[in-house]
Design a binder for this molecule. Structure first.
Ligand SMILES: [Ca+2]
Ligand SMILES: [Ca+2]
Length: 253
């Protein structure tokens, strides 16, 4: 009986760990400045340099202030939580409107950049990519975040003066009704956006994601898969309930 208890204890612990991992984990997209690969072996996204100097961060004189280092993305069901990491959020540039927070773009058909990771996707530009950024999350001054549709000729994504070949800003048009709303908040080194997306997002198998600040000095792009949750945790829970029932019956015999 003691062995049974230990086995069930171990199973319960494993299930708990799995449940915690499944519900609490986030995929990380890295985008480190400088030579060498990211910690996960991928290359930082540079994209097409256009008329600007190439490289991860647009302006090397900023001593890393604009470098977006990575982005944690938890995407489960239709719930999305994105945390973007950069010293930019605690810098004095935040007080200047031309440098302020940008828009988060989503591609429900996945991220399909032109070019290869080896050369930092330098063939990828707003006019030369198979990625369709069909949603934008716009951040309002009061801490609200709004999901808006990106349509041809309306709400289009435009290359800016500093990143003239890259997707950059969501262009507001009127009338504009958000498809869903969420919240955003920032610390000295991160920006977190949380939103329950419309139900159709639960069908998405690979989500493309793109962010750059309004000055466009660093662009981060990549893809995430949804976290299979909470169905998996529920199955584990049901299995455990069954096991403990069996044990109780055995104990009574
Ligand atoms: Ca980058
Ligand atoms: Ca970067």
């Amino acid at each position: 009986m003691k062995r049974n208890l230990i086995t069930i204890g171990a199973l319960a612990f494993t299930a708990l760990l799995f449940g915690l991992t499944a519900s609490g984990s986030a995929a990380t997209i890295y985008d480190h400045a400088g030579p060498g690969p990211n910690p996960d072996g991928t290359s930082s996204y540079w994209g097409n340099p256009g008329s600007t100097p190439s490289g991860d961060v647009h302006d090397p004189r900023d001593e890393g202030v604009f470098d977006v280092t990575h982005m944690d993305v938890a995407f489960s069901g239709a719930a999305l939580k994105v945390t973007i990491h950069s010293a930019f959020f605690g810098s004095s540039y935040m007080n200047r409107p031309e440098y302020s927070l940008g828009n988060l773009f989503l591609a429900t058909a996945g991220w399909k950049p032109t070019g290869s990771a080896d050369n930092h996707y330098q063939a990828n530009s707003k006019d030369h990519t198979d990625t369709v950024w069909n949603y934008a999350i716009q951040l309002q001054a009061d801490g609200d975040a709004q999901l808006l549709p990106v349509m041809v000729g309306k709400g289009v994504i435009a290359g800016g003066s500093l990143r003239d070949t890259q997707e950059w800003q969501y262009q507001t048009f009127s009338p504009e009704t958000p498809l869903s709303t969420g919240t955003w908040g920032k610390t000295m080194d991160s920006l977190t956006i949380t939103m329950d997306l419309p139900e159709e997002f639960s069908e998405v198998t690979s989500l493309g994601i793109h962010w750059t600040m309004f000055c466009g000095n660093d662009v981060i792009e990549g893809r995430v898969s949804p976290i299979p949750e909470p169905a998996t945790s529920l199955l584990f829970g049901l299995g455990l309930a069954g096991l403990s029932g069996l044990l109780r019956r055995k104990t009574k015999q």
